[in-house]
Write a protein that binds this ligand. Structure first.
Ligand SMILES: *[C@@H]1O[C@H](CO)[C@@H](O)[C@H](O)[C@H]1NC(C)=O
Ligand SMILES: *[C@@H]1O[C@H](CO)[C@@H](O)[C@H](O)[C@H]1NC(C)=O
Ligand SMILES: *[C@@H]1O[C@H](CO)[C@@H](O)[C@H](O)[C@H]1NC(C)=O
Ligand SMILES: *[C@@H]1O[C@H](CO)[C@@H](O)[C@H](O)[C@H]1NC(C)=O
Length: 419
């Protein structure tokens, strides 16, 4: 207040024009200070995530909250970038004993409708790509209604939890990718029991087609009935909704496949050498069985700042490195980790790039990704691509066409293959 009094005394001593300019300067300063201190908490805390699992047949499961590791807190800078501020406000809430699951969130009104809020909190919001605006507005929408469910996918294994190892393939697909799904079903994704008792189950994860696309609903219902492996949720199938898809996968698995031993999350255009994956699982040490996050590890990634890139992350949105993460083409997670991971997805604000985000959540859990050279999400050397022997010990290669999947699958299983 002393400064204000001094300023007023000063104002009296100068001419009207000077007074005017000083007043303008003074109010600009006040405005700047005001905007700088506007905290994102106020609106954020009102719009956090929903509680527990959707009620199913009278069972309500409570998710145990996992703390966020000191390592993660040290890795992500406390900067003024929007996501960083959301994170630290969520951590403050967590450390005060707040439970993000207790905050009500409703799919029909979770979106941020007040664009002014974003314009105030992100100084160059207007320069963001349109799909990024959309992402920011929907960041608190974490639970979408399910359109096509497979509630009995893991039913058989529930009865034999002790003796069975269950591997669930959870493959990100989209409504129009029928041919790719069919190739996966006919090859590496076939539901079967491997010789030593490891059971493989398959689900394809789909969003809904945008309104401008032809309506594939009747075909999808038919496909879902015929194969029993389609999961679809009521959100648009877009790249920036993949983090939401991951959250829905965890939500669904904890509810409908709670005894799963391993989940393999991957794309529908990869080739997986399932026998090699099964061998890898069988070779794991007991301690790894319950704490695995394995794949092709990208260890020193950082956000791309080129606004033309699919992976563009504006500086004013996120500031910091990417923790080591397993490339999203395909990675393997222990079933025992799913619940803790799910709780972290509700604490850490959604991030536009799903695989980097999963890496963040694992770091928050205190688990580092396990690098395995059999996961080749950037493909193998061009000169080896036609050589079947090169695939014999690989676990995953990205990317292959449906026709190539069939050829490779037949090839690696041939008794004539001598390497
Ligand atoms: C969670 O972790 C943070 C940082 O390591 C620590 O300060 C805090 O006390 C922990 N909270 C609980 C409930 O353990
Ligand atoms: C969600 O919001 C809609 C509209 O605002 C309301 O009709 C509905 O009852 C709400 N659902 C829950 C579970 O709160
Ligand atoms: C995600 O899905 C929701 C629900 O359909 C949609 O409104 C939104 O535009 C999508 N978000 C992005 C970033 O594509
Ligand atoms: C591999 O080929 C044999 C026949 O040669 C067949 O019985 C078996 O089912 C095939 N394995 C897989 C995983 O397709």
């Amino acid at each position: 207040m002393a400064q204000v009094a001094a300023l007023l005394t000063y104002l009296k001593s100068i001419t009207r024009i000077q007074t005017f300019s000083v007043m303008v300067l003074f109010f600009s300063l006040i405005l700047i200070v005001f905007y700088m201190t506007v905290q994102v908490e106020t609106t954020h805390s009102l719009r956090s995530v929903r509680t527990q699992f959707p009620q199913q047949k009278g069972i309500t499961r409570h998710v145990h909250l996992h703390n966020v590791s000191a390592g993660f807190r040290q890795t992500i800078p406390k900067s003024r970038a929007y996501w960083n501020r959301l994170l630290y406000s969520a951590l403050m809430n967590l450390d005060k004993g707040g439970n993000p699951f207790n905050q009500n969130s409703n799919w029909s009104n979770c979106r941020l409708t007040n664009q002014e809020f974003l314009q105030i909190n992100v100084h160059d919001f207007s320069s963001y790509p349109v799909q990024f605006w959309d992402f920011l507005e929907g960041m608190n929408c974490r639970t979408a209604p399910i359109l096509i469910d497979q509630p009995n996918k893991c039913a058989f294994s529930k009865r034999k939890t002790e003796s069975h190892t269950l591997l669930l393939f959870a493959i990100k697909s989209s409504p129009r990718n029928f041919e790719r799904r069919q190739a996966v079903r006919e090859t590496w994704g076939r539901e079967m029991t491997y010789p030593n008792g490891l059971e493989v189950r398959m689900v394809f994860l789909l969003g809904s087609s945008p309104p401008q696309d032809p309506d594939l609903t009747p075909l999808l219902s038919f496909e879902a009935k015929l194969y029993g492996d389609i999961l679809q949720w009521d959100f648009h199938e877009t790249f920036l909704n993949l983090t939401l898809k991951m959250n829905m996968l965890l939500d669904w698995t904890l509810k409908s496949c709670p005894h799963v031993s391993f989940v393999f999350s991957g794309d529908d255009d990869v080739f997986v050498n399932t026998p090699a994956l099964v061998r890898y699982i069988e070779s794991l040490e007991a301690s790894k069985v319950s704490s695995l996050y394995a794949g092709h590890v990208i260890s020193a990634g950082s956000p791309l700042r080129d606004s033309n890139s699919k992976y563009y992350i504006p500086m004013s949105f996120y500031d910091g490195p990417y923790p080591p993460y397993a490339g999203g083409g395909g990675y393997l997670i222990s079933g025992a980790l799913l619940e803790s991971l799910y709780s972290l997805l509700h604490i850490i604000p959604f991030f536009p790039i799903d695989d980097a985000y999963v890496g963040m959540c694992f770091m928050a859990l205190g688990i580092s990704p396990e690098a395995h050279s059999g996961f080749q999400t950037f493909d193998i050397r061009a000169e080896d691509r036609e050589d079947l022997c090169a695939y014999k010990n690989l676990i995953l290669v990205h990317q292959r066409s449906p026709q190539e999947l069939k050829k490779l699958w037949k090839g690696i299983n041939s008794s004539l293959l001598a390497c």
